[in-house]
Design a protein around this ligand. Sequence first.
Ligand code: ADP
Ligand code: MG
Length: 325
Amino acid sequence: MIKFENVSKCYNDENKAVDSLNLTINDGEFFVLIGPSGCGKTTTLKMINRLIDLSEGTIYLDDKKISEYNIHELRWNIGYVLQQIALFPHMTIEENVAIVPELKKWDKKKVKDRITNLLENVGLEPEKYLNRKPSELSGGEQQRVGVVRALAADPNIILMDEPFSALDPISRKRLQQDMVKLKKKINKTIVFVTHDMQEALALGDRICIMQEGKIVQCDTPDEIIKNPKNDFVRNFFKSGNVYKTSLFESDYRVKDFVEEGLYDNMEYNEDINCINTEESLENLFSLLTKEKIIKIEQNGKVIGTLNMGHLVKFVANKLEKDGEV
Ligand code: ADP
Ligand code: MG
């Protein structure tokens, strides 16, 4: 567990880059920090592994103040992935990834097994990549290696600062999908910074929206979509309010969910609300704000159920197709 208690950071006397943050990130959670450039995301992240000292307040890691940890112990147990990962150019991929496990004095076989396994998990064939140099990899492949390096020594926490934002849309999408799979497998606490709402919705268990060093809203994706706290949050879903304007005014219907496979295709006999596949997104939304699950009916037959998670995914997909938020 990572806990921020009244944490502030001032780089100078004028203003606070981070202003009285109170925040608890749970074990195993995929926690997304999002907000416009300069709102304090990177500062917040770097205070966790003490790359930046805090000016006020306390950060706890598993109930112990981070200032009380041995700095090496702290850093080795927190993986860190940057936007543009800095691999050592003269070292092979294997050597680059093995750095922290070797510092931790893992035996050779364990290191090799771990690296091989992780490379496979991010879609890089070990035989092909282990002995290459970073310059022989594409940008997307280098970012994958960055993820592997951060995970290599099996840290409990991974900090990721806009790790995919320098990539082309296709590599980025692929890495996001890998992260979704990896997240289920590894069960780590991940703090992920982005300025892209689509990415946040696709990955986050909870999303924390920041503005000028403060938290505006910190909630699950469905809660943020259902109850955006103010116009700033709403505006994060594109010009004005994508959610209520463009998507609601669009022609999307429940059948689009079915066509995209975004529903639970299972029998459900309980007596709950039902929506026809011809009905609008707006009607679906208003039903989902009242009920957790809704049955879908097509040609007089119940074909499955929908929940807010499906709606969030649908919105995320559409936002992605329509470009960056
Ligand atoms: P974000 O990652 O959300 O873009 P940052 O945490 O990098 O934001 O920056 C927050 C604020 O702190 C910005 O106004 C930025 O200019 C300022 N800042 C960041 N790093 C420094 C620094 N080393 N010295 C002075 N000001 C800084
Ligand atoms: Mg930043």
